[in-house]
Ligand binder design. Structure first.
Ligand SMILES: Cc1ncc(COP(=O)(O)O)c(C=O)c1O
Length: 412
């Protein structure tokens, strides 16, 4: 019997892979120079490591090394992209478009720009009850574009419901109208093949700690070439990263980021189908054990469904949903009570709540779910270190807690 805690919250963050840690270690105590020090070998060696990592990360997304700007994570990358473009708007206009289900690291900077004079359109998504729940209908985007639209920001894969948006189509529409396309690919890079040229976008955000790398390091890919993407730096100082992001580079973090991404790419063809099978088993088991279990977001298995145009060549077939993501609502139980009783199973609520301020998930609400269904949801994020045995244990534990809570509430 399994007694150790079981981590099923891999959309929040991931364990650092020991191979990543091993690659990072020498850069704390042996090769510890500042990559911007040009007058001695300590600095040169650090710079060499950063150059190699930059090259490797760029290659992993089909980019040129000169297009990578290292940041502290995807929140900063999103801010640099969105605020950076808006503050360099020139004469084009100040209309920004995004989607209701974006991460707060996109919605908040855009809302803030809205309070400072930008015009903002936030598009809805396909409603619950459809196999395409959570998808953006590209015709809605086309209709929302205006002559003064400056930027469109749409994520590649959603962190709560795993829905994969048709980014290459979105980008093509933006290109026709001369609008800059930004994509938050934090949950997609390392899990799906991502090629920035195929996607046809201008800016892409991603982060190391979602892919078994360290926390506190990320990147913004900024397309070079014409038409030029101009960004206003958000952190000013010594002029690092081509002047776009000043601050001493986190050399061990950057080395770890590159190693983490290399490992993800190597293992992706085996790992993603493995996770999809475990995820499908978890859902099948929950629905077999319990009544009143409903899937939130798009279909798990898209093979028999009419597929949206493929955002990019995905593993073996086009997908609607991240292979490792599951989000379900359990009728007649409260999500908070569910979480409190989950014991050693680490999952998160579909409602992103802090104890002081329980707020139902804006993503589930955007699907049209009732507050009740939103509050009774759990998000499972499977990852590299999960085994089939853990999934069986978690499944039994969740079913038991739901049954117990339902019994208690029927007695009340
Ligand atoms: C889709 C998405 N965007 C942005 C972020 C923020 O990333 P970071 O923690 O690297 O700032 C996250 C992580 O929570 C995310 O899932």
């Amino acid at each position: 019997m399994h007694t150790a805690p079981i981590y099923l919250d891999n959309h929040a963050t991931t364990r650092v892979d020991p191979r990543v840690l091993e690659a990072m270690l020498p850069y704390f105590t042996e090769i510890y120079g500042n990559a911007a020090s040009t007058s001695h070998s300590f600095g040169w060696e650090a710079k060499e490591a950063v150059d190699a990592a930059r090259q490797s990360i760029a290659a992993a997304i089909g980019a040129d090394a000169r297009e990578i700007v290292f940041t502290s994570g995807a929140t900063e990358s999103n801010n640099l992209a969105i605020r950076g473009v808006a503050e360099r708007q020139g004469r084009r206009g100040n209309h920004l478009i995004t989607v209701q289900t974006e991460h707060r690291a996109v919605l908040d900077p855009i809302e803030r720009l809205g309070r400072r004079g930008c015009e903002v359109t936030v598009l809805p998504v396909e409603q619950a009850g459809s196999d395409r729940a959570g998808l953006l209908d590209v015709e809605r985007l086309r209709a929302a574009l205006r002559d003064d639209t400056l930027l469109v920001s749409v994520m590649l894969a959603n962190n709560e419901i795993g829905v994969i948006q048709p980014i290459s189509e979105i980008a093509a529409i933006c290109r026709e109208r001369g609008v800059i396309a930004h994509c938050d690919a934090t949950q997609a890079v390392g899990k799906l093949p991502v090629d920035v040229r195929e996607l046809g976008i201008d800016l892409l955000s991603f982060s190391a700690h979602k892919i078994y790398g360290p926390k506190g390091v990320g990147a913004l890919w900024v397309r070079r070439g014409t038409p030029r993407v101009r960004l206003e730096p958000q952190i000013a100082g010594g002029g690092h990263e081509g002047g776009l992001r000043s601050g001493t580079l986190d050399v061990p973090g950057i080395v770890g980021f590159a190693r983490a991404l290399e490992l993800c790419l190597e293992e992706m063809p085996r790992e993603q189908p493995r996770l999809a099978a475990l995820r499908n088993r978890l859902f099948a088991g929950l629905t077999a054990e319990l009544d009143g279990v409903s899937l939130n977001g798009p279909a798990l298995d898209s093979e028999s469904q009419p597929l949206p145009p493929n955002p990019q060549p995905l593993l073996r077939r086009p997908l609607f949903r991240l292979p490792a993501n599951l989000n379900v609502s359990f009728a007649y139980v409260d999500g908070e009570a569910l979480l409190m009783n989950m014991g050693r199973i680490a999952v998160s609520s579909g409602s992103a709540c802090t104890s002081a301020n329980p707020e139902p998930s804006h993503v589930l609400r955007a699907l049209g779910l009732s507050d009740e269904a939103t509050r009774s949801s759990l998000r499972f994020g499977l990852g590299r270190f999960n085994t089939a045995e853990e999934i069986e244990t978690a499944l039994a534990a969740v079913a038991e807690v739901v049954r117990k809570l339902r019994k208690l509430s029927s007695l009340a």
